[in-house]
Design a protein around this ligand. Structure first.
Ligand SMILES: Nc1ncnc2c1ncn2[C@@H]1O[C@H](COP(=O)(O)OP(=O)(O)OP(=O)(O)O)[C@@H](O)[C@H]1O
Ligand SMILES: [Mg+2]
Length: 381
């Protein structure tokens, strides 16, 4: 049975494709979806399928406007046609509650629409920050672990380092860094939380009511831009972004918001993972984004001095060669990281494995690999 919150989040994501015909923006972007509640009804339909009642509260700009039916029909369709991953026998029954936006919300929406888009500090010309977006086609290959350990390495090497958890639904940086506090809010400017020397921000840091606000407003859609412009970053030497798995949309938003960002593609050694990793790098054909290099994770397990290639080999090299050929510039294989149970264990304790409990770089092969990766990334090219 799927987690109910995953269903709600997935439906919210689907609704981001429902466009208000007048304003030409999605209903989620416009803050029209004020809540989504999925509740198992405890009954089954005639086919014996479980039923989940999904109540969607919609605030229209003007109630009873002729277009309201178009919007509610689309929302209905988006909920009805949703098939919960892993639970094909669950039927979602939509209940759409329509109201009109309170006057103050409408006024501020209009202001927002009119206002110039706010500047994010990283798109200023001449900014010294090096920005690396960590991507992979497939999920679970280790993007977040690589981001966390690389960020901790940069910080331990003395770089002023920041990291953004751009994986809105699958955020993991707070856990990997052992962060349990919330960002301080200074008159609308959020201060990142510093852990293991890294300035961090993640949607996972916003609890309860604050998360609900992020959920409701236009923020979820444009969370990356919000994180860039509403968080006080200063001017770090390095900014890392942990992207959600997938091959497209997020990398495109990154390229738009951060024209200097360089993509680092993470893959595992087996061919099935490397094919999709190549695709995640090919996004650079669509947007002007540099693909900086490839990191192969879980390359081998070291047992009694022998390197056991548990997941096969050659994936990282293939991704490097194929991206080099397709993009017409060198996309080197920059690191091959071992499979290390400690990496997962320390991660679960809230400490990046490259660090000692005191926060210094450990003298381990893993820390050496990350140090070399960090140094290669900082080289100008
Ligand atoms: N080199 C490694 N050795 C051992 N365990 C690893 C290694 N890299 C990652 N893991 C473990 O594999 C799992 C997936 O890693 P991680 O969450 O970093 O992947 P991801 O690509 O960010 O996943 P998602 O796509 O879900 O965001 C985690 O449990 C992590 O601890
Ligand atoms: Mg992740």
């Amino acid at each position: 049975m799927n987690d109910i919150h995953t269903i709600e989040a997935n439906i919210f994501e689907r609704l981001s494709h429902v466009i208000d015909p007048e304003l030409g923006r999605s209903v989620t972007d416009l803050g029209m979806i004020t809540s989504i509640e999925a509740v198992p009804s405890g009954t089954v339909n005639e086919n014996g399928d479980g039923i989940i009642d999904v109540t969607v509260h919609v605030e229209l700009t003007v109630k009873d406007c002729p277009l309201s039916e178009t919007i509610t029909n689309q929302i209905n369709g988006a909920v009805r046609s949703y098939v919960a991953p892993g639970s094909p026998n669950v039927t979602l029954v939509p209940h759409i509650e329509v109201s009109s936006m309170p006057q103050d919300k409408l006024t501020s929406l209009v202001q927002t629409l009119k206002a110039e888009r706010r500047q994010n500090p990283f798109s200023k010309p001449g900014i010294k920050t090096r920005i690396f977006a960590i991507a992979s086609g497939k999920g679970g290959v280790g993007k977040s672990s690589v981001t966390a350990n690389l960020a901790a390495t940069f910080a331990a090497l003395g770089y002023d380092t920041a990291a953004i958890d751009a994986d809105i639904y699958g955020f993991s940086l707070p856990r990997l860094f052992g962060v349990h506090t919330q960002p301080t809010n200074l008159n609308g400017m959020l201060m990142p939380v510093t852990a293991w020397g890294v300035k961090l921000i993640s949607i996972g840091m916003f609890a309860g009511a604050d998360r609900a606000i992020l959920w409701r407003g236009p923020r979820l859609q444009r969370s990356l831009e919000q994180f860039l412009s509403d968080v006080w970053w200063g001017e770090p030497d390095v900014l890392l972004l942990d992207l959600a798995p997938g091959t497209g949309d997020m990398a495109i938003s990154v390229a738009q918001a951060l024209p200097n960002a360089e993509l680092v593609v993470v893959t595992t050694p087996q061919p099935s993972a490397s094919d999709i990793a190549v695709r995640s790098g090919l996004v650079a054909l669509q947007v002007p984004m540099k693909v900086r290099g490839v990191v192969e994770n879980m390359s081998y397990y070291e047992h009694k001095g022998e390197k056991l290639r548990i997941f096969g080999e050659g994936g990282g090299q293939r991704v490097s060669e194929q991206l080099t050929a397709a993009l017409g510039h060198d996309v080197p294989l920059m690191a091959q990281l071992p499979l290390m149970p400690e990496l997962r264990e320390t991660g679960e304790e809230g400490r990046p494995a490259v660090l000692t409990p005191e926060g210094a770089l450990a003298s381990t092969p893993l820390a050496d690999e990350f140090t070399s990766l960090a140094q290669q990334l900082m080289e100008l090219h």
